[in-house]
Design a protein around this ligand. Structure first.
Ligand code: ARG
Length: 442
């Protein structure tokens, strides 16, 4: 029984929240005249000592006492004497654990938000530094149109900013206090839930005592936001892995974020990126685990819910690590300008620019321009050359109206510079987007 019932091995991680919650509850009990000032003072001192023992790693956790709540209370009562037993008046472990866990998840959401701010700063710095570095843009992982490295970085900045929005949104909704719901039905003592909510930094008490002890939405929302964020990080990680290959050589990472091979001296393995790429499995696994555990549970608290913590803690740890590693890699990343420029021009990447020129200058419908461009691409492909290497005569054999002016639009630089539509990849757009993001998000 002890083995399956015990949670102290993992819920001791919430010891600070447990003490904080007890202090708020105690102050309220004293203010409401439910516990005498004298007993209140003794209990407060006892909690201070327990806190010191925990902070200094001297606390003797007892599995027989099941969880962090009973461990803290029992040790406090040992110090204080029988008066210690008054702390649990008008409280249950059900509202206690709901409160502790909410405080923990709220803090985790704040830490993730701060870490994502660092990542955003790194992405914006890279975008500004490389606003005009051309590189291939892909769809289907096939060269599509040239883009800029800065634009690529800002695409991730957008995702990360949305992630922050999700964590902040979840935080707003979770910031209500379950404390005072007691076991499930409330209490007959004249408690002041507004006061405990305020003391713990909550916006207000939860309205329904049954919901207060039965709800774990805060953790589910945190894990859902974490899953989406981990997915974003893994996409970026995959690009780094790809860009680091000998075939791409788009970027370099220093030894700080790569490892060597024990047998192949030429190798630089992007281990950090690979591990970031792997993390969504754990984070989504945590969401799946918690959602599945909650599914079908009758109101209100059931012991099943003790299993909410391990996946949440693990997912938070994994995400924080993935964000830190990604931030480090973004700062360390050096785009290889020459290789990127060469690749940007390959694969007839300016074919759309050619078609657009035909529309703009010759006034032909886009569909017809697309057809002409297709014929020119085919011609270049057969000759084994780029579009810009076709002679004017060859171009005119397909469309008589083409003039030498067309060569102007066939370089990757000209291509990206022309993409000035809102949200487009033009270097000036990227600089403006980065400046705006720096102002609004950092
Ligand atoms: N260790 C328990 C948990 O984490 C605390 C709440 C126990 N409540 C109860 N009625 N047994 O869920």
């Amino acid at each position: 029984m002890e083995k399956i019932n015990v949670s102290i091995g993992f819920d001791q991680r919430m010891w600070q929240q447990d003490i904080e919650g007890s202090r708020a509850h105690l102050a309220m009990l004293v203010a409401q005249g439910i516990v005498s000032g004298e007993d209140g003072e003794a209990i407060a001192k006892g909690l201070d000592q327990v806190e010191r023992e925990l902070a200094e790693g001297r606390f003797d956790f007892k599995a027989a006492l099941e969880d962090i709540h009973m461990n803290v209370e029992a040790r406090m009562t040992e110090i204080v004497g029988p008066a210690g037993g008054r702390l649990h008046t008008a409280r249950s472990r059900n509202d206690q654990v709901a409160t502790d866990f909410r405080l923990w998840v709220r803090n985790a959401a704040d830490e993730v938000d701060a870490a994502l701010t660092d990542l955003l700063a790194a992405l914006i710095d890279q975008a500004e530094a490389h606003a005009d570095v051309v590189m291939p843009g892909f769809t289907h992982l096939q060269s599509a149109q040239p883009v800029t490295f800065g634009h690529h970085m800002m695409a991730y900045a957008e995702m990360i900013q949305r992630d922050r929005g999700r964590f902040r949104d979840a935080r707003k909704r979770m910031n209500e206090s379950p404390l005072g719901a007691a076991a499930l039905a409330g209490t007959s003592f004249p408690i002041d839930r507004e006061a405990t909510a305020k003391a713990l930094g909550f916006d207000r008490p939860m309205r329904n005592s049954m919901d207060a002890v039965a709800d774990r939405d805060h953790a589910l929302e945190f894990l859902a936001a974490a899953t989406i964020c981990a997915v974003h990080l893994s996409r970026f990680a995959e690009e780094i892995v790809l860009w680091m290959t000998a075939q791409f050589r788009f970027v370099t990472l220093t030894d700080a974020f790569t490892t060597g091979s024990s047998i192949m001296p030429q190798k630089r393995n992007p281990d950090a990126a690979e591990l970031v790429r792997a993390k969504p499995g754990r984070v989504l696994g945590a969401f799946t685990s918690l959602a599945t555990m909650m599914k079908g549970l009758p109101l209100t608290y059931s012991k099943d819910m003790q299993e909410d913590k391990e996946p949440t803690f693990e997912a938070a740890d994994s995400l924080m690590l993935a964000i830190a590693a990604t931030t480090g890699m973004v700062r360390d990343l050096k785009p290889n300008r020459d290789k990127l420029a060469e690749a940007a021009g390959a694969g007839f990447s300016t074919a759309t620019d050619l078609a657009d020129w035909v529309v703009r200058v010759l006034g032909l419908p886009f569909r017809q321009a697309h057809h002409i461009t297709g014929a020119l691409v085919k011609m270049a492909e057969d000759k084994g050359c780029d579009l810009a290497d076709l002679s004017l005569e060859e171009m005119q054999s397909v469309e008589a109206g083409i003039t030498a002016d067309i060569y102007r639009v066939l370089t990757p630089e000209a291509s990206v510079t022309s993409r000035t539509s809102f949200g487009g990849t033009a270097p000036d757009n990227v600089r403006a987007a980065a400046a705006q993001a720096r102002k609004d998000w950092l």
